[in-house]
Design a protein around this ligand. Sequence first.
Ligand SMILES: Cc1cc2nc3c(=O)[nH]c(=O)nc-3n(C[C@H](O)[C@H](O)[C@H](O)COP(=O)(O)O)c2cc1C
Length: 383
Amino acid sequence: MGWPYRKLVRPLLFQQDAEHAHNFALKQLARASRSKFACGVIGKFFSAPELPVEVFGLKFSNPIGLAAGMDKHAAAVPAWEKLGFGFSELGGVTWHAQSGNPAPRMFRAVAEDAIVNRMGFNNPGTEALAQKLAEWKKIGRWPDHPVGINLGKSKITPLAEAAEDYANSFRVLRDLADFFVVNVSSPNTPDLRQLQDKAALDEILAAIQEINRGRDGVPPSQIFDSGTPTRRPSRPPILVKVAPDLSFEALDEILGLVAPRNIAGIVATNTTISRPQTNDISAQKIYSEAGGLSGRPLRARSTEMIRHLHQQTRGKLPIIGVGGIFDADDAWEKIIAGASLLQIYTGLVYEGPGITKKIVAGLVQRLEIAGMKHLHEAVGLAN
Ligand SMILES: Cc1cc2nc3c(=O)[nH]c(=O)nc-3n(C[C@H](O)[C@H](O)[C@H](O)COP(=O)(O)O)c2cc1C
């Protein structure tokens, strides 16, 4: 749908304010999600070729996932798989429901294929999200692909009580998803990124893993060292999402927590507070807005972070690469830099729902050309 989306659908959507367009598109997907027939039609057009991957004990039919922030209300859970995604990450969700920052709070820099947002974790809160997820399961519309949940900190919770806030959410949600991402990297909750500091993050992960250990009586397993897992892990893997603005030294500090806190992987990266140079006047105006920048200008920095993480961990720690992926070249760049899985947000906004199928097909082709059978053979190849 690349060309029809860019020439027909996108101009209509882009006439609206960015958040309105987002809400409109999500509403259509939410409606379709309730209908088996509609989901079948979507699947016919957009389902991606198989490109299986196994990471942290979970099986993925392809490595391209939906990034956090797109479906904060779990409104369209069945639809993401039909749009070709090999997995989806719902949320960010916070323990307390919150409305986020005042609008306008999402801006497109079209000339740069970028978005600036300062949504501020607008979300229905953990309890409401849990209810929504349980509802999808109850009506038999739960997708086959792995579903993750992005956990954030409630704005009203002081930093000193952050661990409890994250743990409260995890306690309620742990049996409703396949993996969890501790988000300490959103630039839009005051001081949240201070939680990337080793001691603060350690406290959050300790609280979460204590609950995780209590989920069943099975002793802890080395989730990412277990060779080729064939079934779902008995406990959901816990990942950490990092900001692209972190120094490599700060990133290495976080890696120091991988073994003691059983971190199953790193999601690299969230949006950036930095701004690139641009001669485009309208993009300059958008870049002057406060918030996190995503899309094409983030691509190189995000790949740099992935490369560093892969090198530092000698390829032992799974990395989900996210930031500025628009086509198979961008995806391949991140895979050979060390990402086992990838996610997309801004690329979906600019390229439309055909993006996943196109990227997966492109990756299949690249593997064939390289004479490789499995995607994992390409992970970190450039390092
Ligand atoms: C409007 C918007 C909301 C987002 N909300 C979240 C969020 O709640 N939690 C999170 O970890 N990342 C959030 N992100 C970041 C994305 O998940 C992703 O890391 C980032 O946009 C880079 O990927 P991209 O260049 O493909 O967009 C958000 C991004 C956008 C544009």
